[in-house]
Design a protein around this ligand. Structure first.
Ligand SMILES: C[S@@+](CC[C@H](N)C(=O)[O-])C[C@H]1O[C@@H](n2cnc3c(N)ncnc32)[C@H](O)[C@@H]1O
Length: 269
């Protein structure tokens, strides 16, 4: 098969928000790609209003990180409705067009067969990422497509480091789930696993806090929980989950870690 080339779509994880938390490989792929798509909200999803669908939207988190590592002008905004029932057909057509067209600018001409298109996504591209559904939709439109991903640092890892939380040790078990799976699913995870990570929990924070309080896992000998919002961003908020008001909600970029043990010696912050 040597000499055979195919259009390539690469999902690149760019970490939770801090531009320092990006791998060398991610930077290399983003710099070399013929086109780098970055998702922006069309204004209807959980990122809320303030982002339009006309390509002039305020930059998303992924774009901010990409632009701190890349100074070429091949970064293109891709408007999305960022909800669970999102329609990926429109964005997929845009990406497929870029793959089929190849790329020409003052520096390079790349045929469609040899084109590499990157899609930057927060955290890791294989963990609750828009990239998964987008890539499936693009694959249906570009049959000879080669799909790759570059791993990224997840919000869970960033919160563990920033809060001094050991995620798991020895035989401890870990569960990760979105609060959009429902409070009963979260309750079951808290009953079953030593460490439970909750994503997408901003709106359900009061229910999550109540589950942890009833299990004695907010802060005490039965466990400890830490809340982190907007990690790595100017508005970052990290605190023990027990310090949250009982009815406090958080932004979409909220993560909660709950362990089944008190704080690790020497890690208290
Ligand atoms: C669509 S998922 C993306 C997960 C991402 N692919 C990852 O690997 O971490 C979005 C959720 O990730 C978490 N998240 C991502 N970035 C975050 C940040 N900067 N601060 C806090 N939570 C974040 C939040 O739970 C948010 O609801």
């Amino acid at each position: 098969m040597s000499g055979t080339v195919s259009p390539r779509l690469v999902g690149v994880g760019v970490g939770p928000g801090d531009p320092d938390l990006v791998t060398f490989r991610a930077v290399r792929v983003l710099r070399d790609a013929d086109v780098v798509f970055v998702p922006v909200s069309d204004g209807h999803g959980p990122y809320g209003p303030g982002a339009g669908g006309d390509g002039t939207a305020v930059p998303g988190r992924a774009e901010m990180t990409v632009r701190s590592h890349v100074d070429h002008d091949r970064v293109v905004r891709l408007p999305f409705r960022m909800t669970g029932d999102a329609d990926y057909a429109g964005p997929a057509r845009t990406v497929a067009d870029a793959l089929r067209r190849g790329h020409t600018d003052s520096q390079r001409t790349v045929t469609a067969a040899a084109v590499t298109v990157a899609f930057a996504t927060i955290g890791d591209p294989n963990l609750y990422s828009t990239f998964t559904a987008l890539a499936a939709a693009v694959t249906a439109l570009v049959p000879d497509l080669v799909l790759d991903t570059v791993p990224g640092i997840t919000a869970m890892q960033d919160l563990a480091a920033r809060s001094g939380t050991v995620l798991a040790h020895g035989t401890e078990t870990v569960a990760l789930l979105p609060l959009t799976a429902g409070v009963p699913a979260y309750q079951a995870a808290v009953d079953t696993f030593d460490t439970v990570v909750a994503y997408k929990g901003g709106r359900a924070l009061p229910a999550l806090r109540a589950v942890l309080a009833a299990a004695g896992r907010l802060d005490g000998p039965a466990g400890h929980a830490v809340y982190g919002a907007a990690l790595g961003l100017p508005e970052q908020d990290i605190r023990p989950a027990g310090d949250l008001d009982v009815d406090a909600t958080g932004p979409y970029l909220s993560t909660v870690l709950a362990t089944r043990r008190p704080r690790w010696p020497g890690r208290a912050r």
